[in-house]
Design a protein around this ligand. Structure first.
Ligand code: ATP
Ligand code: MG
Length: 345
């Protein structure tokens, strides 16, 4: 039985969780959204300072809620890449210090591997190989999960990430940040056929379109033109706009994920990242995949956006395979998923 405590501080959430055999024993997430709201984006220096204030109480809370003692924990993990360097340093230093103090192995985790592993927390039997559709605030990727730690990115966005598109479109309609959940709620009572919007396809030099890559900047521009025009007529039909936008994103993602799964003969698609919480995507992808004999898995709703349970889960998989990280491991602002194994050994 592998039990891991993990710390996630790569951006604007201070999160600590304990996971035992793909089961969440505790998950504490302290969001800094309010702190950064006045600046219209995350201020790195403020994020680091806030992580410093919050990390120790969050560790204490996660341990208390799990009902475990340190002796029952097998490893201590932290996100070490990619992310804001100052923010990552706080979590990594806290985890390394605890590892030394409690005489446990330390594991550095790649944030995106955490998002990929979040589906394990919903479906403990899931094993590679499978396809991951990673749709977050910073990424829109189709990843071939060949084995734990072995990833190949098959498709990605050429411009905005799906979550970023939700946030920018929400801003056009003055819906606040983060935009995804608000658009999702409004879309429930809107007409998805009300406005026809471009899907955003990537042309190939020899003709035709890239089967797995996506683009959301054209869709965003179309929404800008549409909202500008509609504003002249009076109040924006926000529910119809939200529903039309959401279904366009869901269709684009579904089409690419299904094509990729079929081409690589993968029978399971595991979705990860904040946009995995989107109800339109959940419905369309699940229904389309079922008609093709493909299974689709989503993380539990609360574990789609950043959290430490997914980081603990990824670390526990590596620890169970005998992998640990050096205490000398440094944090990195950027790191391709293909280099995950460099974090161990
Ligand atoms: N129900 C929803 N529908 C659509 N988008 C959503 C929903 N809930 C959250 N999101 C979006 O998810 C994004 C945040 O997800 P996440 O926390 O995974 O991203 P991130 O950690 O900022 O990015 P990355 O992991 O790529 O660095 C935001 O853009 C938010 O609008
Ligand atoms: Mg994330």
């Amino acid at each position: 039985m592998t039990t891991v405590l993990a710390i996630e501080t790569s951006c604007d959430e201070t999160a600590v969780a304990i996971v035992k055999e793909r089961q969440v024993l505790s998950s504490v997430v302290s969001s800094q959204i309010e702190l950064h709201r006045t600046y219209g984006g995350v201020v790195p220096e403020l994020a680091s300072r806030q992580h410093l204030e919050t990390v120790n109480p969050a560790i204490a809370q996660a341990l208390a809620e799990s009902g475990l003692t340190w002796s029952q924990i097998d490893g201590i993990a932290a996100t070490v890449a990619p992310g804001l360097v100052g923010a990552l340093l706080v979590g990594a230093m806290a985890a390394k210090t605890l590892a030394l103090l409690q005489e446990k192995p330390f594991l550095g985790v790649h944030h995106l591997e955490g998002h990929i592993c979040a589906s394990y927390l919903e479906q403990p039997r899931l094993q590679p190989p499978f396809l991951c559709l990673l749709v977050s605030g910073g990424h829109t990727s189709l990843i071939h999960v060949e084995a734990q730690g072995q990833y190949k990115t098959l498709g990605q966005t050429r411009d905005d990430a799906a979550g970023e598109a939700f946030d920018k479109v929400a801003r056009l309609m003055d819906l606040g940040y983060p935009g995804g959940p608000v658009i999702d709620r409004l879309a429930q009572r809107g007409d998805p056929q009300a406005f026809k919007l471009p899907e955003g396809r990537i042309s190939l030099p020899g003709g035709g379109y890239h089967p797995y890559d996506s683009s959301f900047s054209g869709l965003k521009t179309a929404m800008l033109r549409l909202t500008d025009r509609l504003k002249l007529d009076g109040d924006l039909p926000k529910a119809d706009l939200s529903a039309s936008f959401q279904v366009t994103v869901a269709k684009a993602l579904t089409k690419r994920a299904i094509a990729c799964a079929k081409d690589f003969s993968l029978k399971t698609i595991a979705v990860g990242g904040g946009v995995a919480a989107n109800s339109g995507l959940r419905q369309l992808l699940t229904a389309t995949a079922a008609s093709q004999g493909i299974e689709v898995l989503f993380p539990p709703l609360g574990l789609c956006t950043d959290n430490a349970a997914m980081i603990a889960c990824a670390a526990a998989e590596h620890l169970a395979l005998g992998r640990t990280s050096s205490l000398k491991l440094s944090v990195q602002s950027r790191m391709p998923l293909e280099k995950v194994m460099e974090l161990y050994g």
